[in-house]
Write a protein that binds this ligand. Structure first.
Ligand SMILES: Cc1ncc(COP(=O)(O)O)c(C=O)c1O
Length: 394
């Protein structure tokens, strides 16, 4: 690489280091679980998306082991070549059944699904109307589409309606929202979004990555949480969070939508098929997620307990019921200082600072799991209590 290229990258890295510091990925030892091994210590893990605790569920791990023995590790081919195994089709059927759609198609990740949906379904005569706080993968997927792009202020349905009116001449309008927003843990107002979609003859797409398996009586997600009969039009989600936590994503919806994705969606066609052990593990995770509602009950109880404990300690916790708990520590460095104090007490939680969240909205984001024990949550609350001393000193 020529010297000017490298010099520019070095300069930009220096600027980034000076402005926000460079991120260094934490190296964890051992398996995912309610505690994690870091630098020889065992930390209470409040920084994963393993909402139902299925990543460490022996049945899930055992099904991957069996698939590894029977089918090997990988298939060295795309789905459209020789990469499709029966377990892929079984998993797609199980996903469709879980989320209540006619069909579903697998991707390597939900990031891939979101990259692949818009370009496949929409053309230059169409319009996408997207929530301002949608996940990065939706933003990038929309950028790849030829359709007109409109962005409405987060959760502001009046603003959404204005944008829908502005693209009334489009052939199709597609409203896009996260089901649960990953920074605030707030749930999209799907009943009102669906009414608005119907009134404006628009379709509704939801990325339910933080809701599939988590929300609703059977874990179907945000629509079920609101008791909506009939689901959303297009739904994307991940197998990398509540549904076993390994890897994989999907898009689900009416048969015509899913068949179109199979035919033309580039991140489905031009990539390797999901490794069979991952598909087998996800299939088992879905069976458990549907069949054991007590996991969602325990998750809800754990979440409610920790939210209440933090409020009792005097912390500002954004309201909600989702296991994403944003603890607001606004301005300057308090969020980072508190995260460091928690870490010294054996609790792993990350501070989110500007530019990841807007200046003045710095926070520690906690993620609760059904697998956390009462003792682990009490340890976390105790550490937050003692971290107040850090705040008082600051
Ligand atoms: C809302 C949302 N969509 C998509 C993704 C990407 O999921 P995956 O890890 O399967 O690519 C994430 C994960 O960070 C997410 O939070």
């Amino acid at each position: 690489m020529n010297a000017t290229f490298l010099t520019r990258l070095r300069r930009e890295l220096d600027e980034r280091r000076a402005a926000t510091g460079l991120r260094r990925d934490l190296v964890v030892s051992g398996a995912q679980g309610p505690t994690l091994g870091v630098d020889g210590e065992t930390l209470v893990n409040l920084a994963s998306n393993d909402y139902l605790g299925l990543a460490g569920e022996p049945e899930v791990v055992e099904s991957a082991r069996r698939a590894l023995r029977d089918m090997g590790l990988g298939v060295a081919a795309g789905r459209v070549l020789s990469g499709t195994r029966a377990v892929h089709a079984r998993l797609e059927a199980a996903i469709a059944e879980l989320v209540g759609t006619e069909d579903a198609v697998l991707y390597g990740s939900c990031f891939d699904a979101n990259l692949g949906v818009f370009n496949a379904l929409l053309g230059p005569d169409d319009a996408v109307v997207s929530d301002a706080l949608n996940h990065a993968s939706l933003i990038d997927g929309i950028r790849l589409a030829q359709a007109r792009r409109l962005v409405y202020a987060h959760a502001d349905l009046d603003d959404l309606e204005r944008h829908l009116a502005a693209c009334a001449d489009a052939r199709h309008r597609l409203i896009v929202t996260d089901g649960v927003f990953s920074m605030d843990g707030d749930v999209a107002a799907l009943p009102r979004l669906r009414d608005l979609a119907r009134r404006h003859d628009a379709a509704l797409m939801v990325d339910d990555s933080h809701a599939t398996g988590v929300l609703g009586a059977t874990g179907a997600g945000t629509a079920e949480h609101f008791g909506l009969d009939g689901r959303v039009d297009v739904l994307t989600g991940t197998l990398g969070k509540a549904l076993g936590g390994a890897a994989g994503g999907f898009a689900a919806g009416p048969r015509e939508v899913v068949e179109t994705l199979r035919q033309v969606s580039r991140p489905y066609i031009f990539t390797n098929a999901m490794a069979p052990p991952l598909a087998a593990a996800a299939l088992t995770a879905i069976r458990i997620a549907r069949g054991r509602p007590e996991l969602r009950e325990r998750l809800a109880a754990n979440t409610a307990w920790l939210r209440a404990a933090l409020r009792d300690l005097g912390y500002e916790v954004l309201p909600g019921e989702h296991p994403i708990i944003p603890v607001m520590l606004r301005g300057g460095s308090p969020a980072r200082d508190v995260a460091a104090a928690l870490r010294r007490e054996g609790v792993l939680a990350f501070a989110l600072a500007h530019p990841v969240v807007p200046a003045g909205e710095e926070r520690i984001r906690l993620q609760v799991s059904a697998s956390h024990t009462a003792e682990q949550l009490e340890r976390a609350a105790g550490a937050f209590g003692r971290a107040r001393a850090v705040l008082a000193a600051g």
